[in-house]
Design a protein around this ligand. Sequence first.
Ligand SMILES: NC(=O)c1ccc[n+]([C@@H]2O[C@H](COP(=O)([O-])OP(=O)(O)OC[C@H]3O[C@@H](n4cnc5c(N)ncnc54)[C@H](OP(=O)(O)O)[C@@H]3O)[C@@H](O)[C@H]2O)c1
Length: 358
Amino acid sequence: MTILITGATGLIGQNLVKTLLKRTPPNVKPNQIRLLIRKRNGSPSRNSFVQWVVKMGVEIIWGDLRSTSDVLRFTNVIDPDKSVLIHCGAVFNFYQSYQLLYNTNVIGTTRVLHGFHSNRIRKFVFVSSIAVYGALRNSNGQGITEDHPIDCKQRKSYELTKSLSEECVWKYSKKYPKRLITLVRPSGVVGGGGTTSDIFARMFFGRYVPLPGGGSEKISLVDVYDVVRALIHFSNFDIGNGEVFNVVSFTPTLREFIDEMAYVLNRRNVKILSVPLGLFKPLFYLSRLIRTFKKPKENSLLLPVLFNKLGQEIWIDNSKILAHGLSPESTLSESMNNFHHFLADNPWYAEEKFSIAL
Ligand SMILES: NC(=O)c1ccc[n+]([C@@H]2O[C@H](COP(=O)([O-])OP(=O)(O)OC[C@H]3O[C@@H](n4cnc5c(N)ncnc54)[C@H](OP(=O)(O)O)[C@@H]3O)[C@@H](O)[C@H]2O)c1
């Protein structure tokens, strides 16, 4: 059996590989794991992870999701009928060009699907996102369920690439209904570093955190270990085939989440600045206008997606995955505690990721 993983150096991927190698069961040996990793110098934690997997004897295929031949080499295994391919690799940020996002996230997924198909790998687990639901409006007390339509008409953005990549997976799944495919849609992933936590950490302006309406609306989040548990669950068992699952650990109010973040960031005396909800729409259009002419710098907070999402009571319903016997194990404070440890182990992280640019 081989577990093939893309995106292994990312937030979800690193935690997935570490969990697979630590856990008994599933008793996975390093030589049963194959990773597609780009050969490049990255952050200190990425570099030490890569050194660690090499030392452990995990099989690495050096390659890029933007190269068809790399992906075909990666998916060519000796035991495809016993193997599972977990596709986590994607560009998840709001600063890169749409062309790069599209080539990696959408065309990259079609390359991975092609490798899965032509090499007859047994199962495909695809990491999608709640971003596919697009610009939701207040859900009036109702959680968003999996049958909410995916929005493939969004403006060109990371979110659109997740919708389009899901669409490719659904088309394939409909064409080949006997192929084993499961999709998971994590909500904002926390519990380590990563794009979701970084954006919220950047909202601390000295002693102040501006929040829409004082932060009383809810936000659905998932601890990275709950995502990992879902991926292992659907890889191990032939359940949930041809289905998609929202993955959520907790749904605090924005204010509760920011209070926990304040603990992680050692900013216990922060004050919440309540921003009137009516300002968010004009700010959304203004940021969109600015972004038409000026590409955002890394770490920018002037992002249309932010003004579009904040200030709305939107939460994600996870009853479908609960009915499949998979309940979240992490609480918000445990998850934030893990983030706290992560920052202590990686002192470079906060300085590099939490500074703000326009
Ligand atoms: N984090 C969240 O809040 C969240 C929420 C919902 C869904 N998701 C989805 O979950 C998946 C993993 O997210 P994450 O948070 O773990 O992201 P991440 O930390 O940014 O990791 C992305 C991974 O994809 C790899 N990758 C990017 N471009 C690549 C390319 N051209 N070729 C090969 N590998 C490439 C990266 O490799 P390098 O190290 O070489 O860059 C990295 O391993 C993504 O599909 C994302 O859309 C994430």
